[in-house]
Design a protein around this ligand. Structure first.
Ligand code: NAD
Length: 390
């Protein structure tokens, strides 16, 4: 069932319409080049199961029909052009019934957690999208890879570096592609921040603030369970703050310092309620971040001295807004889609057809977990932690 017609259409998923101030506008070809160079996108002929014609619409099965799958991914999949929702994995028969009626999913494409591995025999399903609690990401990614399916795994990639490495290895061994649910890698405002920063359009970035938090004091949710969430807000929200800063300057931090805090000891018994952390980048930029489960904050700010550019809100899936200051303060005027995940998922389908690595690869997820581990270590020891990148 391998298709050999490789009439590749690389255009579709990257057609992001950047309508900015003409001085700051990014030519489309330039944009594609930047995306390829800056993201480490590589051709990977040896790491690939299945060749798809450019016009094949790939089938996605969602694993875990919770909030994010219900309110973002399934609706986004109604707008994607390169992939569509064809399968479900759920432990709740009532959900299977409602979803199959709503999205016209045939019975043969519905699995539970016990018979999940049988998905290997289902040719309708090309991609398995893991949308489970963090502690289950590694197991289901590895099982999906062993079943010969390409995988998108939600953030954070896993609980620790070791799990991330096992996931990458399993996908490589089974010749399937792996991507992390980093919707903002494809979002026009975030791409614009990255362009302004890495191309030094307003000068050399000296300082950044990158924070995300909301109020969540329900001790029963899995996010507050250390074994399932992995350690609170830094696991859940930290990846956004880290990426916002590191991708704006296009560098990896060489050291971090961090402080953990707990305001409500009755709720946050064995995890930090929030963390502040600082990252030092080799080009000289410093960033400061807060992740918290006790207050609303959602912003990414970068300054070059007198000039600055920012997103506020920045990271929430409900949409970003931004502005920049050169001689005056002006808004970013960027076209966005109904759901940020449309470009994310279409790009992954395109990666599979084109045999290129996703810019939101497993290696990117691993980078963030390495930084999170350093942040946790710094908060626990009170010491600066140095990071060495190969
Ligand atoms: P959720 O609690 O709403 O959904 C989790 C799903 O997993 C539910 O359907 C639940 O039934 C199922 N599940 C299976 N086994 C379970 C178990 N043992 N315990 C608990 N639930 C179990 O969570 P969510 O908000 O949908 O988050 C799911 C994943 O998606 C998380 O990893 C989260 O970080 C990620 N997420 C990503 C974004 C994003 O913007 N990329 C946004 C929200 C959530």
């Amino acid at each position: 069932m391998e298709h050999l017609n490789l009439n590749l259409n690389l255009n579709l998923s990257l057609n992001l319409s950047l309508n900015l101030n003409p001085n700051l506008m990014l030519d489309r070809r330039e944009f594609l080049q930047k995306l390829a160079v800056g993201s480490g996108a590589l051709a990977i002929p040896e790491l690939h199961r299945g060749l798809f014609p450019a016009d094949k619409i790939l089938g996605i099965a969602l694993v875990g029909l919770g909030n994010y799958a219900t309110h973002q991914l399934a609706p986004a999949l109604q707008h994607t052009q390169r992939c569509r929702l064809v399968g479900l994995v759920t432990g709740t028969p009532e959900k299977a019934k409602t979803w199959s009626a709503k999205y016209r999913i045939p019975e043969k494409n519905i699995y539970n957690y016990q018979n999940f591995d049988e998905i290997r025999n289902n040719p309708d399903i090309d991609i398995v999208y893991v949308v489970l609690p963090n502690s289950m990401h590694a197991e289901y990614t590895i099982r999906a890879a062993k079943a010969g399916k390409h995988v998108i795994c939600e953030k954070p990639m896993a609980l620790n570096v070791q799990e991330c490495e096992a996931m990458i290895r399993a996908c490589a061994e089974n010749r399937v592609q792996l991507s992390i649910g980093y919707r903002l890698y494809f979002e026009p405002h975030h791409l614009e921040m990255r362009r302004l920063g890495t191309q030094k359009i307003l000068g050399n970035v000296k300082m950044m603030e990158s924070s995300l938090g909301f109020s969540m004091a329900n001790p029963k949710v899995w996010r507050l369970n250390k074994a399932m969430g992995g350690g609170g807000a830094i696991m859940d929200l930290g990846v956004y703050c880290i990426q916002g800063a590191r991708r704006t300057v296009g560098e990896l931090p060489e050291s971090v310092t961090a402080q953990g805090f707990v305001l409500d000891k009755s709720v946050f018994k064995d995890i930090y309620e929030g963390m502040t952390f600082q990252m030092n980048f080799p080009g000289g930029a410093v960033s400061n971040s807060t992740t918290t489960y006790s207050s609303y904050v959602d912003r990414l700010y970068a300054t070059t001295g007198g000039k600055w550019f920012e997103l506020n809100p920045s990271y929430n899936a409900t949409g970003a807004g931004g502005r920049f200051s050169d001689d005056q303060i002006r808004p970013f005027e960027l076209k966005t889609k109904a759901f940020q995940q449309i470009d994310q998922m279409d790009d992954f389908a395109d990666c599979i057809a084109a045999k290129r690595t996703s810019s939101a690869s497993g290696e990117e997820g691993l980078i963030d977990l390495k930084i999170i581990e350093a942040i946790k270590q710094s908060a626990d020891t009170g010491r600066k932690v140095r990071l060495v990148w190969e």
